[in-house]
Design a protein around this ligand. Structure first.
Ligand code: SAH
Length: 470
């Protein structure tokens, strides 16, 4: 018999607005049928329950979910009807999620994408990322050690090795989903039909599993994963990904569109820069050449250099970038990515703490045409927000001091606890403290394969503003 979770008076409002979580302190009763009536009961972790509230003294239905008495999130609603969580259900939900991606222009069989984004796709606690590409070792051999000195292209890789294969990373971040992992994997198998096939499935852990009472583990569930990593293409540019040692599930898929916009901005700004000042015909080609300055990019918290490489590809010849990260391993991959993109002479890396490096760059009077700030989540919780705000303000302020007149600032925050309005306020206050005027060119969120579900604020976490400074 399915247990009934009855909410305390008033707690139904958030759920009626589309939020899928019931917190443990919002529950009045958990009841199970015992002829002739109902008695109090406690659900097992992962058990399916029906959620109700009392409307004018009568029970009203809210939905069905996975219970977990060990977690503060006592129930995660997966449906507003009384449907079971069987394989057919998972297949339906995965198909719906794929349909949403395809409607937004994603083609996971060609380009990596997040296929399932947990609650935002109404699959609580399930994340599935699809990395599509080629074994980096095999590709290197096929292309020849020295390869083509220019950038590797998707078409070249396809001509050499045939259609790309896909590797999935799967995260089971709720007890109910973890318990049903075999069914989920079967449903994925039966739903994903990619030309190049699924070459491997890797389970990735995340600290939130501990809050559910689940162990932390990364494991190869099926197939193989190449020792040299894989080469994937993002916006047409090649990047190496290692799904085991990489951060997140391998790379920051959520920044795909912001990378692309940054590339486009770099193209526009660099083109302006290389236009000879005097178009009146007095200037000789020689003068125009000597006037041309290099377009300088600073990519802070660079990880594998995705922003720097996109900006360099956009800006074209003569541009140069400095990528800064505290991880030597991340910077090594950034240099490899630069080589894959034919940019090895244009990308420099510096290992260190961004806060210190910003100070030393200012001391050295360095100036840049474009600065990218993409820090990790400074505020992981609401209570850590105040300290995080100071961190965001400081890096934005220091970055603005290094920006040339007319320079572009690309600034991000992936702290879910910091809302977009407060984030813009911080940037505005950094601008006023540094005596700069900023104009907003673009303001974006995470890419649409990480859907933002209204009523479920937790699904909006990434903010990215692109500004031009006077
Ligand atoms: N910009 C990247 C993602 C950045 S993730 C992209 O678009 O793909 C955040 C990065 O910041 C990580 O690589 C982490 O190693 C680095 N990091 C965290 N704290 C840092 C600090 N104080 N100084 C320098 N790098 C830091």
């Amino acid at each position: 018999m399915i247990k009934r979770v009855i909410l305390k008076h008033g707690e139904e409002q958030r759920i009626l607005s589309g939020h899928p979580w019931i917190f443990d302190n919002e529950i009045q009763h958990v009841l199970v049928q015992k002829t002739p009536g109902f008695v109090e009961a406690e659900p097992e972790p992962g058990e399916i329950v029906d959620v109700e509230y009392s409307r004018q003294g009568k029970p009203a239905y809210l939905g069905r979910g996975f219970a977990n008495p060990r977690s503060k999130i006592a129930v995660r609603i997966y449906s507003s009807s009384k449907e079971g969580a069987d394989k057919g259900f998972f297949k339906r939900r995965i198909r719906e999620a794929l349909e949403r991606r395809s409607a937004a222009g994603f083609r996971p069989e060609k380009e990596s994408a997040r296929l399932v984004f947990a609650e935002a796709d109404r699959l609580p606690g399930l994340i599935v990322d699809c990395y599509t590409g080629w074994d980096a070792g095999v590709l290197r051999t096929a292309a020849g050690e020295n390869g083509n000195p220019g950038a590797l292209r998707f078409e070249d890789a396809e001509t050499l090795l045939g259609p790309p294969a896909s590797w999935l990373t799967v995260q089971f971040l709720s007890y109910g989903m973890d318990m049903r992992r075999d069914m989920v994997l079967q449903a994925l198998d039966e739903t994903l039909k990619f030309q190049g096939g699924i070459a491997g499935i890797i389970e990735k852990s995340a600290p939130v599993r501990e809050l559910e009472g689940l162990p932390l583990q990364d494991a190869l569930i099926r197939g193989t994963f190449p020792a040299a990593g894989i080469i994937v293409f993002e916006n047409g540019y090649p990047f190496r990904v290692d799904l085991f040692s990489g951060q997140k599930t391998g790379t920051y898929l959520d920044q795909r569109d912001n990378h692309r916009l940054t590339s486009e901005r770099a193209r526009l700004s660099a083109a302006l820069k290389s236009t000879p000042k005097n178009r009146g015909g007095h200037e000789t080609a020689f003068h125009a050449e000597t006037e041309k300055q290099s377009f300088r990019i600073l990519d802070l918290f660079s990880y594998h250099g995705a922003f720097a490489i996109h900006a360099l590809r956009g800006a074209g010849e003569g541009a140069e970038a400095l990528a800064v990260d505290s991880s030597a391993e991340a910077l090594e991959t950034a240099r490899l990515n630069a080589r894959l993109n034919g940019l090895e002479t244009q990308l420099e890396t510096r290992k260190g703490d961004v806060f210190d490096i910003l100070t030393s760059l200012e001391r050295d009077k360095e100036k840049f045409d474009m600065i990218i700030l993409d820090p990790p989540a400074f505020a992981k919780t609401k209570s850590a927000l105040e300290g995080a705000l100071r961190g965001y303000k400081e890096i934005n302020l220091k970055a603005l001091r290094l920006l040339k007149p007319g320079g572009i600032l690309v600034t991000c925050s992936c702290s879910q606890a910091l809302d977009e309005f407060r984030f813009r306020e911080i940037i505005a206050s950094a601008a006023s403290d540094s005596g700069r005027r900023l104009r907003l060119l673009d303001f974006r969120y995470q890419a649409q394969d990480h859907p933002i579900l209204l009523g479920y604020g937790e699904s909006l976490y990434l903010k990215c503003g692109i500004f031009r400074a006077d």
